[in-house]
Design a protein around this ligand. Structure first.
Ligand SMILES: *Cc1c(COP(=O)(O)O)cnc(C)c1O
Length: 501
């Protein structure tokens, strides 16, 4: 299996090259040149496998330049009970008959990013061995919260790598900040940036192509790489949990092989839901993909009209990981839906860059509506949903999951479709505790995030994961803050420090 670029289908590279590079030089994203098919036998055989074994089967199909031993090393290193709070890695909660909550947040940082970022360091170091052997890898991350911490946990103390994370000083929650600034590991660094997330992201992007920095990096025998969500090494692991969930539902006798299910995903950068689309294309019986957005509802409009228009207001919501106006992974979907028409992809994405807008053709609109349904809800509806789900089922969900739940309810009302449905739950409620506490009727003043945890536990009878409550006892290691202009020298200092040991 080789990989092409969405903007140039003459690109033809191995999985290891795609994962090492992250992004194609033409600005496109790497996509597999064919979609492997899962036969009934293969899928049913997965029923009796562990999560790591299921992952092994999927990765063998997509990473054909990796040896079996390498893939085993990767999946066993990532998906074990040391890294995840449950043997099953992902858990399926049964809310009511036919509605399943797929909990993707039992990893070390309590958000679904762990599902991919626990394995990415293994995939990346294996890939680097094949492509830039002997060089050290330095990961640079700009984060609005969840990705930074998940990447730090994934890469900490991984031999041959180091990682530096930049986050906006006033743009992350207290808990997210605490999680990052207390990060353990000898190869990690974290810095606040005076500015917003765009400043962090633009700063990191500029460093990637800064000639002076690159020449110093070369002397330190190091290359930069990225852990962001357009890397194929992050998308492939997300396909696994949709295949795994289908196998698990057969095993649990909730469905029979061949029975279709819907999948509903709270969506930001379109990575998670795209993974479900790949699973569908591989032959997992999935009917509708329900794309749930918050008030930043650009995807809802796109799926319903075929017009992608980012000339609109940006809203800060209580589901911040979905506060996005450019959903990068959508480009991969469009590449497949245009039958790999790279010229059209170039036309649309150039137009997005120039005018902030593009409109897809009727064939693509038609194909989108065959597979997708889209909806959105605002912060008030999100809170009401958290309260309602808690009152009715005693189940406490986070703000992102609640958006998905609400949109799924709207979908059922609009269509009358009673197909069994899996709702992706992307974060533990304690990660977004203030909004959740407020939603379930908590009205006491909280002294800090730990006081909040205690109050939310008491009010709901649920328990905060240790990974979050334990940050209270951890020393804060990273107090630094830099201006946008000083980001390059912060990186260079870190390169020097890492080279010294
Ligand atoms: C990243 C994130 C999302 C959005 O996922 P995409 O793959 O970007 O669509 C949703 N919820 C949470 C909690 C996240 O961290």
């Amino acid at each position: 299996m080789n990989y092409k670029s969405t903007r140039d289908k003459n690109v033809n590279i191995t999985a290891a090259e795609a994962i090492s590079k992250g992004l194609s030089a033409d600005g496109g994203l790497f996509v597999p040149d064919s979609i492997p098919q899962l036969s009934k036998e293969k899928l049913c055989a997965m029923c009796d496998m562990t999560y790591a074994e299921r992952a092994y089967e999927i990765f063998r199909l997509f990473l054909s330049d990796f040896t079996d031993d390498e893939i085993r090393y990767c999946v066993n290193g990532a998906y074990n009970d040391k890294n995840f709070a449950t043997d099953n890695i992902a858990e399926i909660s049964h809310l009511l008959s036919g509605t399943y909550i797929l909990e993707l947040w039992h990893g070390p940082t309590c958000a679904f990013k762990d599902m991919a970022l626990q394995i990415l360091p293994y995939l990346l170091t294996c890939s680097a061995k094949k492509t830039v052997d002997g060089k050290k890898i330095m990961i640079l991350v700009a984060t609005s919260g969840d990705t930074g911490k998940a990447a730090l946990e994934g890469f900490k103390d991984v031999e041959g790598t180091s990682i530096m994370v930049f986050y906006p000083e006033d743009g992350v929650s207290n808990m997210q900040k605490r999680q990052m600034t207390t990060q353990a590991g000898s190869n990690v660094n974290v810095s606040a940036v005076v500015g917003n997330f765009d400043d962090c992201q633009n700063g990191v992007k500029a460093i990637f192509t800064d000639k002076e920095i690159l020449s110093k990096l070369e002397k330190a025998n190091t290359v930069f790489s990225s852990a962001n969500s357009i890397n194929w090494g992050r998308l492939a692991p997300q396909i696994v949990y949709y295949v795994s969930t289908y196998a698990q539902l057969i095993k649990d006798k909730e469905i029979e092989y061949g029975e279709k299910i819907n999948v509903c995903v709270p969506t930001g950068n379109f990575g998670n839901i795209l993974a479900a689309y790949y699973a569908k294309c591989m032959g997992v019986p999935i009917a509708k993909l329900i794309c749930a957005s918050n008030k930043n509802n650009i995807l809802t409009d796109f799926i319903n009209t075929g017009v992608y228009d980012r000339n609109r207001d940006f809203y800060t919501t209580i589901s911040p990981s979905m506060d996005i106006l450019i959903s990068s992974n959508l480009e991969r979907l469009l590449y497949h839906l245009t039958d790999e028409n790279d010229a059209l992809i170039n036309e649309w994405f150039n137009s997005l860059k120039a005018s902030g807008r593009y409109e897809v053709n009727d064939t693509v609109k038609q194909r989108i509506s065959e597979s997708f349904f889209a909806g959105w809800c605002d912060d008030n509806e999100t809170k009401q949903t958290i309260k309602k789900v808690f009152d009715e089922y005693g189940y406490l969900c986070d703000t992102h999951t609640a958006v998905a739940y609400k949109v799924y309810e709207d979908y059922k009302k609009a269509t009358g479709d009673n197909t069994k449905t899996v709702i992706a739950s992307t974060a533990n409620p304690y990660k977004f505790g203030y909004a959740v506490y407020d939603a379930v009727g908590g009205n006491e003043e909280c002294a800090d995030e730990f006081d909040l945890i205690a109050k939310l536990e008491k009010l709901t009878g649920t328990q905060c994961p240790k990974a979050l409550s334990d940050t209270k006892n951890k020393a804060i290691r990273f107090t630094g803050s830099v201006t946008k202009e000083d980001m390059p020298s912060a990186v260079l200092d870190f390169v020097k420090e890492q080279g010294a040991d």
